[in-house]
Design a protein. Structure first.
Length: 425
């Protein structure tokens, strides 16, 4: 937006800020949040505090620096109110789990480390954050964030103190952070219709099990090397002689990879499906959906632990899920794979549409990073990163509201009423 456009919507923005930042106790802090949001939305290559302050008639660099880096306002209820407003407006068909990286120089910015950087497509010095987005075919918005702390930060007292990392925050794998974010959203009385994620998360049996334990249906990407037993396979046990331990039932045939299983079905078993209209016409490919039983070591151990906890003994049966496979025209073998625990009678076109719906969050990241300066934050602290990310999310939510017409009614703001305080992520 240019300065004229931002001024035109200032009254609407003021109402948005009054609601979303109602939990912020001081009037001057709420005024600074309004100013910061205008700075993020005003055109300009850089969205650092210095650059934004120079473009705003009421911009004060020192005040904004203090507001985002040192101020004690809690970003959690602000994030909660954003989620409460946006979920009914977007009407999500799925919640998408993903992560995003921020290339950084030096080693003192909170969470920075040499690690895979998706923004650069290689190992690089960067921060990584896990996010959960509400997604429909027409709109999407981040609902929750978790900053990933690499292992090297767990016991680095000097860097932790300088960055202000809370004592109870340590290294947690990204899939655990994703579950943490979903759990916090549940405490806000928000629940996903279905969770979607790429193979970085879907490949992990613990992540899939965590979703199932929470009652969250999922459609998640996997690699072709995950091993499975066919749906019709059943474990058997040799006859017991009466001596020693009773034999444990197990599958007698070796497991196969999902790539082998799909290829063996043959191209003729795949059906053509169109899942949406793209910029160049209908998005169409060929798909096959079959019931399978994930059979990797970790999948077996999780199934056994769950059965022993519930029934006291495991019968050796691996849980069923649905394997969705894509074999595009012109390819000599299947190329993409997903697992889902949606009901078996879910139509294949619906399964495909959900598997592919993650495309929407690329719009989020593009606007968040290139339009609103998500990765332009120059501070180094834990508090500053969470404040900036929450403010950028608020700006994105406001712009999304402006694009949605007519606007949906939003609920009252329970997050601004007295309640048990939530922990900052």
């Amino acid at each position: 937006m240019d300065a004229h456009e931002v001024n035109r919507i200032r009254a609407t923005l003021a109402l948005f800020v009054a609601d979303v930042f109602a939990s912020v106790p001081r009037k001057d802090q709420r005024a600074k949040s309004d100013c910061y949001l205008r700075g993020l939305m005003t055109d300009g290559r850089r969205k650092s505090v210095q650059a934004m302050a120079s473009r705003l008639p009421d911009g004060n660099e020192q005040n904004l620096q203090q507001f985002v880096n040192q101020s004690t306002w809690d970003p959690v209820p602000v994030g909660r109110r954003i989620a409460e407003r946006m979920v009914p407006q977007i009407g999500p068909e799925a919640w998408a789990v993903d992560d995003v990286s921020f290339p950084k120089d030096g080693r003192m910015s909170v969470g920075v480390a040499p690690q895979y950087c998706g923004a650069l497509g290689k190992q690089a010095n960067c921060q990584v954050a896990v996010s959960v987005h509400a997604v429909s075919d027409t709109a999407s918005c981040p609902l929750n964030w978790r900053l990933f702390l690499p292992k090297e930060w767990a016991d680095d007292t000097v860097r932790r103190q300088r960055a202000g990392v809370p004592k109870d925050i340590g290294h947690r794998e990204k899939w655990r952070l994703a579950l943490d974010a979903l759990d916090e959203l549940t405490t806000w009385h928000l629940a996903p219709p279905v969770v979607v994620a790429d193979a970085g998360y879907g490949q992990n049996a613990d992540f899939r099990s965590g979703l199932a334990e929470r009652g969250h249906a999922y459609v998640v990407g996997i690699r072709g090397d995950i091993t499975v037993q066919p749906h019709e396979a059943h474990p058997t046990a040799p006859a017991w002689s009466g001596n020693g331990r009773r034999p444990v039932p197990r599958y007698r045939q070796p497991a196969v990879t999902v790539a082998e299983l799909a290829t063996a079905a043959g191209r003729e078993a795949f059906s053509e499906v169109t899942w949406r209209e793209g910029s160049r016409g209908p998005m169409t490919s060929r798909f096959l959906a079959v019931q399978v039983r994930p059979a990797g070591v970790r999948s077996r151990r999780l199934a056994q632990a769950a059965a022993v906890t519930e029934h006291g003994r495991w019968d050796g049966v691996l849980p069923e899920v649905r394997l969705l496979t894509e074999w595009p025209d012109g390819e000599d073998k299947p190329t993409r794979f997903w697992l889902s625990d949606l009901p078996e009678d879910t139509p294949i076109p619906e399964l495909v549409r959900l598997a592919k719906i993650r495309w929407r969050i690329e719009h989020d990241y593009r606007e968040l990073k290139h339009g609103l300066g998500l990765d332009h934050f120059e501070g180094r602290s834990w508090t500053g990163w969470h404040h900036h990310t929450t403010l950028v999310t608020a700006a994105h939510a406001f712009l999304t509201e402006q694009r949605l017409a007519p606007k949906a009614d939003t609920t009252d703001s329970p997050s601004t009423r007295p309640s048990t305080p939530s922990k900052t992520c």
